[in-house]
Design a protein around this ligand. Structure first.
Ligand SMILES: *Cc1c(COP(=O)(O)O)cnc(C)c1O
Length: 234
């Protein structure tokens, strides 16, 4: 299957899932998770209609930017971000989806201030409380969201989550539903700012239909668009 055929097939599944849930398909953005892909593969995805690319690694992102590979699409950073690499991402990524500590938030604020820009971010929630994973515990989301409102160079756009891989035959639905509830809570509590809190990023190749049914506005899909990645590619 070509990337074009895969994009068409994924969009058809998104549309069907949206209709099942009584949602409009236009509410959902398909982001291509481009880790390990070549600049040419990224260009082919954009030519096939992809309008958002999500990168995990600063080094790959920097190389693709130098190649102009993302032209025609927005660029999101979706991987773990170390504070010492913030300068390579702030102002380059349209949205940093993976802010998962106060320390990182403050580093983004500081560098965005230096560049005199406002950086769009999502807070990443560790919705299943997994030890090994990034993301904030659910109870820390609201306090940090309120803190974002005090930072002049940060614009909080919503939440991102990566639930644990379910056991065979299992489902991530309850984690998607819990993340959506948190999203609704912060929208309510950030009253003045809630019009800009509009992004709920959840769902990958194996579970994006459930995520759409549970309210995702952005899904991050790699394998279902590009095929399997080499092992250990993260
Ligand atoms: C790799 C990755 C994805 C996409 O995973 P697939 O299962 O290949 O669709 C989505 N989100 C993040 C944060 C990723 O690292």
């Amino acid at each position: 299957m070509s990337v074009q055929e895969n994009v068409t097939a994924v969009l058809a599944r998104v549309e069907a899932a949206a209709r099942r849930a009584g949602r409009r398909p236009e509410e959902i953005t398909l982001a291509a998770a481009t880790k390990t892909q070549t600049s040419d593969a990224i260009r082919a995805a954009i030519a096939a209609g992809i309008r958002v690319c999500g990168e995990n690694r600063v080094q790959e992102m920097t190389a693709h930017l130098a190649d102009n590979a993302y032209q025609g699409a927005a660029l999101h950073f979706i991987g773990r971000l170390q504070t010492n690499k913030v300068k390579q991402v702030v102002g380059r990524a349209d949205l940093i989806q993976s802010v998962d500590s106060l320390h990182l938030l403050e580093a983004v604020e500081k560098y965005a201030a230096r560049l005199e820009l406002v950086q769009d971010i999502l807070l990443e929630v560790n919705i299943a409380g997994e030890q090994s994973k990034g993301g904030l515990p659910p109870e820390e989301i609201l306090p940090l969201a309120l803190q974002c409102a005090e930072l002049p160079h940060i614009r909080l756009r919503g939440l991102m989550c990566i639930p644990p891989a379910p056991p065979p035959g299992g489902s991530s639905r309850k984690f998607f539903s819990q993340t959506r509830q948190l999203f609704v809570d912060i929208r309510q509590k950030m009253s003045d700012n809630n019009r800009q809190v509009d992004c709920l990023s959840m769902g990958m190749s194996g579970d994006f239909e459930e995520a759409v049914e549970e309210g995702a506005t952005l899904i991050r899909v790699g394998t279902a668009l590009f095929g399997p990645r080499p092992p250990l590619a993260g």
